[in-house]
Design a protein around this ligand. Structure first.
Ligand SMILES: C[S@@+](CC[C@H](N)C(=O)[O-])C[C@H]1O[C@@H](n2cnc3c(N)ncnc32)[C@H](O)[C@@H]1O
Length: 238
């Protein structure tokens, strides 16, 4: 009698299936899988199954963007930002971890030499908000600084692309993965995905991505953004 050996399921697909068993609302776009729901429900599924956790969580600062009527996201609050953020459940899930905005919750993180600094200024001019952003990492490498203008509408790259009130620069997310030695083909998770900037940086640089977002509005934005990239490629490299 002939027997058919079953085709083994690749580990990335197995991981996606395991997350989907808890958060069924999800979309697959190329090498990315985007999930709608509360990431705290699936963190333990990620443990040891991902190569890097690169995220920009709510900072716990109750930030509400500009009161100006012309501001696209005026008055839109960030889910979870109204209470102190506790990063501890994210630690140790992956060999490489990078958490943006960590100056706001540094007291709940271990000491690290490997902070990353995003200097958002033009030259030495002060910006109208913070001059920069800090990321805690578990790297033992020395601290590094990258200068890339990002202040309101004044941006290096991605001008006019406003997908989320606290949107990061895709180039900065790619930079931090490079600095931390996240290899091509690695599986990167962002459990606070927002509009999918980490995911876009992964697709652009040949890494695989798992993103999780609580709010339908930002989940839909991430799906649209990554699908646009997947369909068209980056015609305007910045
Ligand atoms: C600082 S924003 C991330 C913005 C993102 N870096 C971007 O460029 O678009 C944090 C995101 O985490 C989401 N969030 C908050 N609590 C969450 C949770 N428990 N599970 C998944 N997402 C959550 C918020 O809705 C928000 O979109």
């Amino acid at each position: 009698m002939l027997t058919h050996a079953s085709t083994p399921i690749p580990p990335f697909d197995r991981l996606i299936a395991a997350i989907a068993a808890v958060l069924p609302d999800h979309v697959r776009i190329g090498d990315a899988a985007l999930f709608l729901g509360d990431s705290s429900l699936v963190l333990e599924i990620l443990r040891t199954q991902i190569d890097a956790l690169i995220s920009d969580p709510p900072y716990g600062i109750a930030y509400v963007p500009g009161a100006g009527a012309q501001h696209k996201f005026a008055g839109v609050a960030i889910a979870g930002d109204d209470r102190p953020f506790d990063p501890r459940p994210l630690l140790g899930l992956a060999p490489i971890t990078c958490l943006w905005g960590a100056n706001h919750y540094a007291s709940r993180l271990p000491d690290s030499p490997g902070w990353l600094v995003w200097d958002k200024r033009i030259g030495k001019l002060r910006t109208h908000q913070a001059d920069g952003e800090l990321a805690w990492t578990n790297s033992r490498r020395p601290a590094r600084v990258k200068n890339l203008l990002w202040s309101g509408a004044a941006r290096t790259g991605e001008r006019g692309e406003h997908w989320h009130p606290t949107q990061k620069s895709t180039a900065i997310m790619a930079w931090c993965m490079k600095e931390l030695g996240v290899p091509r083909g690695a599986v990167v998770a962002d459990p606070y995905m927002g509009s999918g900037t980490t995911g876009l940086a992964c697709l652009k640089t040949g890494r695989r991505f798992i993103g999780i977002e609580l709010e339908r509005r930002w989940f839909d934005a991430a799906c649209e953004r990554l699908a646009l990239w997947q369909d068209q490629g980056d015609l305007f490299l910045s």
